[in-house]
Design a protein around this ligand. Structure first.
Ligand SMILES: Cc1cc2nc3c(=O)[nH]c(=O)nc-3n(C[C@H](O)[C@H](O)[C@H](O)COP(=O)(O)OP(=O)(O)OC[C@H]3O[C@@H](n4cnc5c(N)ncnc54)[C@H](O)[C@@H]3O)c2cc1C
Length: 282
């Protein structure tokens, strides 16, 4: 289906982009277009103005802040993540997971900012960024604010980014005495997840988040509490996961019943934690 007519702006600076978004009610930022253009074609969204972020070079960089955080610009593509030496050094799980998103065309166009701003419960990055304790920098006409991952994802297609605001970067603490894991079941090899789990383990315990079981990633807090003592043996991890599925209220659809998703959540959480434990040893 063809797009309906829409005004198109291509700002040269972040300030200009924010002004355009603020000036036009219902204007939408256009990043890689891998979701937005499709939902516009399906008439599920009909913005009057598209503010294309393609020329905003400052949103395309990957680097480190003065206090050592890995900083990923909102317009960084999955392909850039996969090839980044900074990501490889600081948090290689990000590249590993990005490399499995959809296909090469989607990875060449799709952006980290778009992935999180669309807040699709089946997208790969939200649960991962939650366990990595990422923070999100949002700019609006009133200035800049930083939102932690636990507060960024608000609902399906809803985030802490408000009308007239732009996500500019995501900051991730670098790995130190930590190991990260990601596991789940997809529809086809590089397809959408039915359920996924992300985990990070350290001397202080584990952070675990489950994706695809609710509108936003769900922290497996009871499992985290049971692992707080630092016993990451396979038996302890399996025991800690018991009851996780029952605590969830996932949807049923053509890809799996709620009970199947509950079962997958426990299995995926165990696998993600054990993978993280193994990597921490290296
Ligand atoms: C065939 C196919 C399969 C896919 N499978 C998967 C999958 O399995 N897993 C997965 O994770 N993803 C998948 N995707 C989605 C893909 O990852 C998209 O890239 C992502 O959801 C949106 O990123 P984008 O850069 O294309 O953003 P766009 O489509 O351009 O934008 C998405 C939304 O985010 C907003 N937005 C974008 N950037 C910003 C910003 N900086 N500040 C404020 N708002 C912003 C836009 O206004 C829009 O509302 C798939 C896509 C396709 C086409």
């Amino acid at each position: 289906m063809l797009l309906r007519e829409v005004d198109y702006a291509r700002p040269a600076t972040v300030e200009e982009a924010v002004s355009l978004l603020a000036a036009h009610e219902g204007a939408r930022a256009l990043a890689g277009g891998q979701t937005l253009v499709n939902v516009m074609k399906a008439r599920a969204a009909a913005p009057d103005v598209l503010v294309d972020l393609v020329d905003l070079a400052e949103l395309r960089t990957i680097g480190f802040s003065s206090d050592g955080l890995l900083e990923i610009g909102a317009m960084v593509t999955y392909t850039q993540l996969v090839g980044s030496s900074e990501v490889e050094v600081a948090r290689p799980i990000l590249a590993e997971v990005a490399a499995t998103i959809a296909d090469v065309q989607v990875r060449n166009r799709g952006t980290v900012g778009g992935n999180v701003c669309v807040s699709d419960p089946t997208n790969h990055l939200p649960p991962l960024l939650v366990v990595l304790d990422a923070s999100f920098t949002i700019r609006g006409s009133g200035g800049e604010r930083v939102v932690p991952a636990d507060e960024f994802f608000v609902g399906v297609y809803m985030t802490a980014v408000g009308e007239g605001e732009l996500l500019t970067k995501i900051s991730v603490p670098p790995a130190s005495d930590t190991g990260d894991g990601f596991s789940g079941v997809t529809i086809g090899k590089h397809g959408t997840y039915v359920v996924d789990a992300a985990a990070t383990v350290s001397g202080e315990g584990a952070r675990i988040a489950i994706g695809c079981v609710a509108a936003t990633p769900v922290r497996a807090t009871e499992m985290e509490e049971r692992l707080a003592g630092g016993d990451f043996s396979e038996d302890a991890v399996r025991e800690a996961a018991k009851g996780l599925g029952a605590s969830l209220d996932p949807p049923s659809d053509v890809h799996g019943s709620a009970d199947y998703r509950r079962s997958l959540a426990e299995t995926s959480a165990v696998r993600a934690v054990l993978q993280a434990v193994e990597r921490r040893k290296r």
